[in-house]
Design a protein. Structure first.
Length: 179
């Protein structure tokens, strides 16, 4: 059996604190990643094969590599990416909640349009006007279902993909390389 390879994302910093939001008042371990650092890590992780684990190699000065913050870097990044995965899960739950409400409204509108179209067809039996109203109302009813169909068929994929990526990053091994 072949050993699985590891995909590596490399970072170079002068201080570990550069990776985290300096305005965040929380203790180091609980701080959010700096927006640019997160974007860099996430964009590289998106390009890596999904089937192999990720390793984040951080190059930094030897004195900084021996610091307390450097020793907590793995915990801090794991906590941050687990949090981001949880946020993505919450987004997915909210999207499906909106989808359920939208579907209930859309199906109600479709039912009302279908019944109204049949009533109008019977009100104008001799001409094409009843058919025009009927077809227009049926189209309106289906258009009212466009958003829930879009949610349940397509909109959830990117969120699930993002959540999986954040979970992979949370499980990433952080390696410090002193220079």
């Amino acid at each position: 059996m072949m050993a699985s390879s590891v995909s590596t994302i490399e970072l170079q910093v002068e201080k570990v604190g550069q990776l985290f939001d300096t305005l965040d008042p929380l203790p180091f371990r609980e701080r959010d990643l700096d927006r640019e650092a997160e974007e860099y890590i996430v964009s590289w992780a998106r390009e890596l094969p999904r089937s192999v684990p990720i390793r984040i190699l951080v190059h930094l000065p030897a004195a900084e590599a021996a610091s307390e913050q450097a020793r907590m870097l793995g915990q801090a990044m794991e906590r941050y990416f687990k949090y981001r995965a949880e946020v993505a899960s919450n987004e997915l739950r909210e999207l499906f909640r909106i989808g359920r409400y939208s579907l209930a409204i859309g199906l109600g509108v479709l039912a009302i349009c279908t019944v109204s179209g049949r009533v109008l067809m019977s009100a104008f039996p001799a001409g094409h006007l009843g058919n025009i109203f009927n077809e227009g109302l049926i189209i309106l009813g289906w258009v009212a279902n466009w958003r829930p169909i879009e949610i349940f068929l397509f909109d959830w994929w990117p969120i699930v993909r993002r959540r999986k990526l954040f979970n992979r990053l949370a499980a990433a091994k952080i390696v410090l390389a002193a220079r």
